[in-house]
Design a protein around this ligand. Structure first.
Ligand SMILES: Cc1ncc(C[n+]2csc(CCOP(=O)(O)OP(=O)(O)O)c2C)c(N)n1
Length: 140
């Protein structure tokens, strides 16, 4: 597509979308999503806001699927490449715990935070025992 676009641009056959791009950029800059809520009972956004405060820029998040994962993708701040580990598409419930353990095994220095709903969590909860029985996870 890029090649075709370049060919068309060279022949002056590419529509000028600079105005549309400009309006998009202006909306992105001025219509920021509200993320700060102080309501009681607390809203999910508050949880992610506190997570952003608690976890540093080195944190690696692992999540599978569900509302908690969708909101995590929208509200958590991820600062580095490959620090948002998500199975993508129609994620299989239960993936989060073993995937998070796998990230820790692959890179023991990494701070790993698994974001999981209760249903996802219980699907493969036995993997916690696998983690506990090996050297990479300690119970405190
Ligand atoms: C093995 C499997 N079964 C069913 C689904 C369909 N499904 C996707 S999200 C979801 C609910 C997830 O609930 P929970 O893990 O508690 O997360 P929440 O949405 O509450 O954050 C279901 C049943 C799935 N993705 N994988």
């Amino acid at each position: 597509m890029v090649e075709v676009a370049k060919e068309r641009a060279a022949k002056d056959r590419l529509p000028d979308r600079a105005h549309w791009v400009g309006t998009c950029q202006q909306r992105k800059a001025t219509m920021l999503r509200k993320t700060h809520f102080t309501d009681t009972p607390i809203k999910p956004m508050r949880v992610y806001e506190e997570m952003n405060k608690a976890f540093g820029p080195e944190t690696c998040y692992v999540s599978t699927i569900g509302l908690s994962q969708i909101a995590a993708a929208q509200f958590l701040h991820v600062y580095k490449p490959r620090h948002w580990i998500n199975c993508g598409q129609a994620g299989p419930l239960g993936w989060t715990i073993p995937a998070a353990l796998g990230v820790k095994v692959a890179d023991p220095q990494r701070d790993v935070v698994a974001v999981s709903g209760d249903y996802d969590f219980q699907f493969m909860i036995e993997e916690l025992a696998v983690g506990l029985s090996s050297i990479f996870l300690t119970y405190t």
